[in-house]
Design a binder for this molecule. Structure first.
Ligand code: PLP
Length: 376
C-alpha cells in the first residue's frame, strides 16, 4: 500500500510509472458480462438475493464444474460470496475458533493471516521454498500440525509465486490432513489462468469434503464487481447461510446477474484470448528479469505474478526489497511489490512482479531497471 500510495503521488506529479504492483487484470470486464449487468439494472434486478446466492448462478457454477472438470458439484453446496474475500471470511468464521490454528504457506496471500486473527484464531505460517514449489506438502502438515491446528489453507495457482499443485500433491495433502481429522481449504481463485497446458485439478475431484474458494475476480476479470464463491460439504451449508446473513446479507445482486454471462461461449472465447496474452507476457518477462540478475527459482505456471529473488541488487544502501522497491519507483518509475507483503520467510530478498500491463511496458520496465546504477 505504501508503494502504491507513493506511485500515485509520483503520477500526480506527472511521472510515468509502470505498474507491476497491481494484483488485478488490466483488461476491462468482457462485454457480454457488462451487458448482462446493464440489462439487470434496467430490469430492476436490484433487491437482495438469498444469502447463499442467486439460485440460477449457483446452478451455473455447478454446471461449470461439470463442463470444466467433469465432476458433479451440487448447486446446494455452492455459496455465492462478495469476492473470494467473502468466501475466506466465511470459511475462517466457520472452521476457526479462538486460539485454534490454520496452517498457511509463507510466502502467501497476505489477507489470510489477518482473516485468522479477525476470528480470534491463529495463523501458523510455514516457510516454504522452491524445493516444494513454494507449496505446503504432506510433510509440512505432519511436521507442523499440533493439537490446536484445525485446518490448512493452500492456493493453487499461488499468489505470489504462481506455482500449481498437481493431482498427486493435492491427494497427498488431502490424505495427510484427513489423518489429522482436519479441514483442507483450497483457494482456486487463479484457476483458468495457467500456461503451457499445465493442468490445475480442483481438489473437489479428489476430496469432496474439502472447502474450495473461488472468484469471478481474476480469470473472469470482474475484480470490482465483488463476486466469488465457496464450495462446502453438505453439513456446512446452513452454517454458511447463517454467517452470510449476518456478515453481508448477500453478494451484490447486479453482479450475480452479470456473472450469469460469464460462462457463455462468447465470454469464454474472450477470456481465452486474455489468458494467451498473459502467457505471452510471462514468456517475455521471465527471461528479461533473469537476464538482469533477478533469480526466479520456481517457474510460475499460473496467475500473473513472478516472484523473484533480488539479492543481487541489495547492498548497504539498499538493504532489503522494501528499500529496493522504493528506489526503483523513484528512480526508474517502476512499481513492484516487496516480499514482506507476503510473509516473513526471505521476504527481504524477494519482489513480486505482476504482469498486468502491456508486454511493451513490461519490457520497458526491465530496460529501465537494467540502466539503474546498483548503488545510490
Ligand atoms: C490468492 C488470493 N485469494 C483471494 C483473493 C481475493 O480476491 P477477491 O476478493 O477479489 O475475489 C486474492 C486477491 O488478490 C488472492 O490473490
Amino acid at each position: 500500500m505504501d508503494i502504491l500510495a507513493q506511485a500515485k503521488q509520483l503520477e500526480a506529479q506527472g511521472k510515468d510509472i509502470i505498474h507491476m504492483e497491481v494484483g488485478e487484470p488490466d483488461f476491462v470486464t468482457s462485454k457480454p458480462i457488462v451487458d448482462a449487468g446493464i440489462a439487470a439494472l434496467k430490469t430492476g434486478k436490484m433487491h437482495y438475493t438469498p444469502a447463499l446466492g442467486l439460485p440460477e448462478l449457483r446452478q451455473a457454477i455447478s454446471a461449470w464444474y461439470q463442463q470444466q472438470y467433469n465432476i458433479d458439484v451440487s448447486p446446494n453446496r455452492i455459496v455465492v460470496t462478495p469476492g473470494a474475500s467473502g468466501a475466506l471470511l466465511l470459511v475462517m468464521g466457520a472452521l476457526l475458533e479462538q486460539d485454534k490454528k490454520v496452517l498457511l504457506a509463507d510466502p502467501g496471500y497476505p489477507c489470510n493471516r489477518n482473516f485468522a486473527r479477525f476470528v480470534e484464531g491463529k495463523a501458523n505460517s510455514v516457510a516454504v521454498n522452491a524445493s516444494t514449489n513454494y507449496q505446503l506438502t504432506a510433510d509440512h502438515i505432519n511436521e507442523h500440525w499440533d493439537d490446536e491446528t484445525v485446518m490448512a489453507l493452500v492456493a493453487s495457482p499461488s499468489n505470489p509465486t504462481g506455482t500449481v499443485l498437481s493431482t498427486q500433491q493435492l491427494t497427498a495433502l488431502s490424505k495427510a490432513i484427513q489423518a489429522k481429522n482436519g479441514h483442507l481449504v483450497v483457494d482456486e481463485i487463479y484457476h483458468g489462468l495457467t500456461y503451457d497446458g499445465i493442468e490445475t485439478p480442483t481438489i473437489l475431484a479428489i476430496n469432496q469434503d474439502a472447502f474450495v474458494i473461488n472468484s469471478f475476480s481474476k480469470f473472469f476479470g470482474m475484480t470490482g464487481w465483488r463476486l466469488g464463491w465457496l464450495v462446502v460439504p453438505d453439513e456446512y451449508v446452513s452454517v454458511m447461510d447463517r454467517l452470510a446473513q449476518n456478515l453481508f446479507l448477500a453478494a451484490p445482486t447486479i453482479s450475480q446477474y452479470a456473472a450469469l454471462a460469464a460462462f457463455n461461449n462468447e465470454t469464454l472465447a474472450i477470456l481465452e484470448q486474455r489468458r494467451q496474452t498473459f502467457q505471452q507476457r510471462r514468456n517475455s518477462l521471465l527471461p528479461a528479469l533473469k537476464s538482469i540478475g533477478l533469480d526466479v527459482k520456481a517457474i510460475p505456471q499460473g496467475a500473473f505474478y513472478i516472484y523473484a529473488d533480488c539479492s543481487r541488487f541489495l547492498n548497504e544502501q539498499l538493504p532489503d526489497s522494501m528499500a529496493l522497491s522504493k528506489y526503483w519507483l523513484h528512480n526508474a518509475g517502476v512499481a513492484v511489490t516487496p516480499g514482506n507483503d507476503f510473509g516473513n520467510h526471505l521476504a527481504r530478498q524477494h519482489i513480486r512482479f505482476a504482469y498486468t500491463a502491456d508486454e511493451t511496458r513490461l519490457l520497458e520496465a526491465v530496460e529501465r531497471l537494467s540502466k539503474l546504477k546498483s548503488n545510490i
